[in-house]
Design a protein around this ligand. Sequence first.
Ligand SMILES: [Zn+2]
Length: 194
Amino acid sequence: MTAAAIDRTAVAPAKAGAHAEQIWAWLAEVSDPEIPVISIVDLGIVRDVQLAADGACTVTITPTYSGCPAMQVIADAITDALHAHGLQDVRLQNQLSPAWTTDWMSEAGKAKLQGYGIAPPAQQVIDISGLRAGVGADGALAAISRRAQPRLTVACPNCGSRHTEITSQFGSTPCKALYKCLDCREPFDYFKCH
Ligand SMILES: [Zn+2]
């Protein structure tokens, strides 16, 4: 029998699936209040979107660090955006565990950060260039990244130099550290890894 295939179509009605996808797309247009070039989806804050049969939408978000003052602004922005798209019943759920990690930031998000003059967290693992060719799966790459962390070098987003030094643990927001490039002399924010 093809019972399994029949079950699968019954459990996931096409309509509900399409809606959740649409909500993710709408959320991808909501900017992070602290770094407007990056969306909250790119940042990895949005963890889950659930759409109930009665139309209630529950968005699960995880703050970039506990006590992040921007979270209320983000929650309001999500609610406003979904209301604007006609969703009446929007519920926000804060999920503190597992804690947000910079691994959840999308590659597109990291690229946007760099374009904005903020060194993205991936910079710290840039020293694996020799290994990269031999690594296929994302999981394997992540494992190597963690091992490579002690040799942290933050590249300057302006000139690319790794000749940089930290000047303050806290940059323009507590999520960021302030660095200075020793070559081009530009100060820059580094998005801290959690
Ligand atoms: Zn520089």
